[in-house]
Design a binder for this molecule. Structure first.
Ligand code: SF4
Length: 335
């Protein structure tokens, strides 16, 4: 794996910024680092040059516009690429950002997992995606390419930088981390005081069906994933959202439903039920309407807040990773 050599200015925490010698150049403020990419002041450029830092790491390669969303393809310094999506909501904009180049988990429903993991993104490369999507962004979701808990240190550092009052000052409750649920990462996350939201891409109630859908999760028992997530919810006094992508004949049986109820009933949990819409090249079947309704009704009866989202629906923010990126490449969102 090739790593960029010059350190990134956007990887600096405020404390690291303060500890830099300001000699030989006009001092700048920490918030100056986050200025709009188009007009980074000369003073900031000179400061970065004097410090031996790269101010920016991403070069815009393409921009695809959908009805409610735009996908940005950014080239990284060594030539790899990363995708970010800007989604318009009725009350603002969501930046859907990537945490890794590629992904090691190889989910069957996700294109970016198939090529494997190339490398982790640095904190500054994560922060820059948000900065580049513009000042209207008031929500951030780690639902782009990569598994954020697999790049724990850089993702956590990026969140702290994004939230720093002296920098972008991003609202504390406006950040959602979406993960397939790595128990070790969830355990560590439980002890962090970040004010973020947590979404778990569950998709299965048995280890066998989960391993078939998310091969990279084979060594993480589903029970442990759920327990760790619920423990995070208790500790932070907020609900955790479980995403369940219904797939015909794989995870949509009556037994799956009852296991789901037993796992999440009476807990600080919500469920986003998603329905698969067939895509070329991925052999997964669409659950029938009546099965979807049965899941929704049974979960609601069990007192679990449940919403239904369609992978080709208008609301793409609840999907994990490439679900929505793939959709953006397809017809549904552009239609
Ligand atoms: S869905 Fe998420 S975890 Fe799964 S392969 Fe894609 S990016 Fe990785």
């Amino acid at each position: 794996m090739t790593q960029p050599t010059r350190p990134l200015a956007l990887s600096l925490t405020a404390a690291q910024f303060d500890s830099l010698p300001m000699t030989g150049t006009r001092p700048i403020a920490y918030r100056d680092l986050f200025a709009s990419h188009a007009d980074l002041p000369q003073a900031t450029r000179r400061w970065a040059q004097a410090q031996g830092l790269d101010l920016r790491a991403l070069t815009l390669r393409s921009r695809e516009r959908g009805a409610r969303s735009q996908k940005f393809l950014f080239a990284l310094r060594e030539g790899l690429a990363v995708e970010s999506v800007l989604i318009r909501r009725h009350d603002g904009y969501t930046a859907c950002i990537s945490s890794q180049v590629g992904c090691a988990f190889a989910c069957r429903f996700c294109a970016s997992g198939q090529a494997g993991l190339k490398r982790n993104l640095e904190a500054g490369e994560i922060v820059e995606q948000v900065a580049r999507l513009g000042p209207k962004v008031n929500r951030i979701v780690f639902m782009g390419i990569g598994e954020p808990l697999n790049n724990y240190d850089n993702v956590l550092k990026a969140i702290r930088i994004l939230r720093d009052r002296r920098g972008l000052n991003f609202p504390t409750t406006g950040i959602t981390l979406s993960t397939i649920g790595i128990p070790k990462g969830l355990k560590a996350l439980r002890e962090e005081h970040l004010g973020i939201n947590l979404t778990i891409s569950l998709h299965a109630t048995t280890d066998e069906s989960r391993a078939a859908l998310i091969p990279g999760s084979r060594k993480h028992p589903v029970r442990e994933v759920v327990e760790r997530a619920l423990s995070w919810a208790e500790r932070h006094n907020r609900d955790v959202t479980f995403v369940y992508l219904l797939l015909a004949g794989i995870n949509d049986s009556r037994a799956d439903l009852e296991r789901l109820v037993a796992m999440l009933g009476g807990q600080r949990a919500r469920i986003n039920l998603m329905r698969w819409n067939p895509v070329d090249g991925i052999k997964l079947g669409r659950t029938e309407d009546r099965t979807l309704l049965a899941f929704r009704e049974r979960l609601a009866r069990a007192g679990i807040p449940v919403v239904v989202r369609d992978t080709q629906g208008r609301d793409i923010t609840a999907a994990c990773g490439q679900l929505w990126l793939r959709d953006l490449n397809g017809r549904a969102l552009a239609a």
